[in-house]
Design a protein around this ligand. Structure first.
Ligand SMILES: *[C@@H]1O[C@H](CO)[C@@H](O)[C@H](O)[C@H]1NC(C)=O
Length: 597
């Protein structure tokens, strides 16, 4: 039996790896490249074109029999979208103006990438240079393809697809590849490129990435290596790691499934189906049955040991993909409904909480649950920007599985993110924070100023008398009790849920909330070059105007792939990329849903 403490150490180690990778990414402007053909065993068969292809690399641990895609006619699933009425002329004008402003921000970002970082992973928005933190395979370009198509930038789309054909998977700018990030950004990007445009070139590239990524699964138990050295796959002898993050092993399903659907080659579906069946088998055996912990042992395939449960960072898309997989498979595979219903039943009980806020708004947040042997789970009343996706997940799950209560929960979670944006000094939500949980989620929750100040002082670990002064000095906005990570990294999750809630409920206050968020983000992040992540969103507008420097030299590819796309889509006509026809992966790449006919 592994002790809690030891697992905490592993978790910290995992966090450290992430931290180091992120840091490394920020500092690296790499030109060094690793060529995989130098690892190719002499005498092994190679393609006649003389180039390196991942499909030529031998399989060391072949599977005995492949799982097929579920057979049968896709089911007629309940509608996700609200039945919108025709729009009046005044709303149409306002909507189009807002959409044009989003398009302008996209144009500026795209042109910056084109001018300063073409075919590199990211453009740097302060120094007008580039970074290669995702293998050097043109991450921003690939991630932006479907957005270019949606925004009707067809010339730019054509130019980008043509250049994308030159991405060479025979080499990389780094030794270790993040399989999850490459799957959601590159594989997802090319698959959506193909789904929106039917351009065969995108499918060719999706398959190339698919062939490479599948090599990370070439281990004795067919569990993938999530922080993967591709050269090891050429030499054989790979073993899945003892500590992997649940989101990184548990949310490769949509992209691998879609690749099998469009190619008719089931190797990819088989690969992820094995992982999901491993989860289903252990669903009653974890320390919080129904949910799975953040850290898993992929060597032993024991997913039950760790004691930390959350919908937030490191878990997020694992849960997000359950209702989405149900949709993508036309309802033909029952395990995703089971996984969704069981895990959400648990999360609703142990992770969701209502914060005590000055205007007594009836909103929800999703926090962390820790389980100590034999004791009831302990809630950590934390909020994160990353977990803002959960509102959209509950809304989609609620519609697909006809649980109206889940749509309501989704709305309160989304309202929680809107509230947090609105009550942050720059109108932009911080990355990680704490608030004061109410005694109950359903009963009224009176604002208690003294309680707030006391809790805030406890979090700040100070003996000072004057709470107001502490809040001012530490820049803790009223209602928050601590802000642990003050960055805003151009993230999409809040607007993602606002968009999904608008499409599912038709409530027009969401359009105004989105517009307010958009204006605040643009005002705070715009640079002469493009848009920059922020180090600290708790400074006031006045302090920033007076010269406080809070911009970072970073604009990740999801800014154009996700954040601006969701802003654009909420100001589109509601049947444009309808959620009844499309399902978005966790990088906002739309895949076509099967038609029930
Ligand atoms: C993971 O499982 C392997 C094989 O059963 C075991 O040797 C190892 O100690 C486990 N690692 C952790 C971190 O629990």
């Amino acid at each position: 039996m592994i002790s809690t403490r030891r697992y905490t150490v592993y978790l910290l180690l995992a966090a450290l790896v992430i931290f180091t990778v992120t840091r490394f990414r920020e500092g690296i402007i790499s030109t060094a490249r690793i060529r995989y053909e130098t690892f190719f065993p002499s005498g092994a068969k190679k393609s006649s074109d003389g180039k390196f292809h991942w499909s030529d690399v031998p399989v060391w641990y072949p599977v005995q029999s492949l799982t097929q895609l579920p057979k049968g006619k896709p089911h007629e699933l309940p509608k996700i979208q609200f039945a919108f009425k025709a729009e009046d002329a005044v709303s149409a004008v306002k909507r189009k103006q807002r959409q044009a402003a989003v398009k302008e921000a996209f144009d500026k970002s795209w042109n910056a990438y084109k001018k300063h970082a073409w075919m590199k992973d990211e453009v740097t928005p302060l120094t007008a240079h580039f970074k290669n933190g995702f293998g050097g395979w043109a991450a921003t370009l690939v991630d932006s393809l479907d957005t270019l198509w949606m925004l009707d930038m067809k010339d730019e789309f054509e130019e980008a697809v043509r250049s994308a054909m030159n991405i060479d998977l025979g080499m990389a700018t780094m030794e270790t590849i993040n399989v999850f990030e490459t799957t959601i950004r590159h594989l997802g990007g090319f698959l959506a490129c193909y789904d929106v445009s039917s351009d065969k070139r995108c499918l060719v590239k999706a398959k190339e990435f698919g062939e490479m990524l599948l090599k990370a699964f070439d281990t004795p138990n067919r569990m993938p290596i999530t922080r993967w050295k591709p050269q090891d796959a050429i030499n054989g002898h790979q073993v899945a790691d003892e500590v992997v993050l649940i989101a990184e092993i548990g949310s490769l399903t949509m992209e691998f499934t879609r690749l099998s659907q469009v190619t008719g080659d089931v190797r990819w579906y088989d690969a992820v189906d094995r992982i999901m069946r491993t989860f289903v088998k252990q669903i009653d055996d974890t320390h919080l049955p129904g949910m799975f912990p953040v850290s898993l042992n992929a060597t032993s395939r024991d997913f039950t040991q760790d004691t930390f449960f959350t919908l937030s960072a490191m878990s997020d898309s694992f849960y997000e993909y359950f209702p989405k997989m149900h949709a993508l498979l036309g309802g033909l595979e029952p395990i995703y409904q089971k996984l969704y219903q069981r895990s959400m039943e648990t999360a609703i009980k142990y992770n969701l909480w209502r914060p005590m806020v000055p205007d007594e708004a009836d909103i929800l947040m999703s926090g962390n649950a820790r389980v100590e042997m034999g004791k009831p789970p302990i809630l950590e009343a934390q909020g994160q920007h990353l977990v803002c996706f959960a509102g959209g997940m509950f809304a989609v799950g609620g519609r697909l599985f006809e649980e109206e209560a889940h749509v309501k929960i989704g709305q309160k979670l989304t309202d929680g993110c809107i509230w947090t944006y609105k009550h942050s000094p720059l109108g932009v939500m911080p990355e990680v924070f704490n608030m004061m949980p109410c005694a109950s989620r359903v009963e009224e929750c009176k604002w208690d100023e003294k309680k707030w100040l006391d809790e805030m002082k406890t979090h700040a670990d100070t003996q000072e008398e004057d709470g107001e002064a502490v809040a001012k000095r530490l820049r803790i906005p009223k209602g928050f009790v601590g802000v642990w990570d003050r960055k805003y990294q151009l993230r999409p999750e809040a607007i993602e849920s606002v968009f999904i809630l608008y499409r599912t409920t038709g409530k027009t206050y969401l359009l105004d909330a989105a517009w307010e968020m958009f204006q605040a983000i643009i005002a705070a992040t715009e640079t002469p070059v493009a848009y920059a992540a922020l180090t600290d969103v708790t400074y006031s507008k006045k302090e920033v105007e007076a010269g406080m420097q809070i911009k970072m030299d970073s604009m990740e590819s999801y800014w154009m792939a996700e954040t601006l796309k969701y802003f654009y889509l909420i100001f589109s006509e509601p049947d444009f990329f309808s959620l009844d026809e499309w399902v978005f992966n966790t990088e906002a790449h739309p895949f076509r849903r099967p038609l029930a006919k």
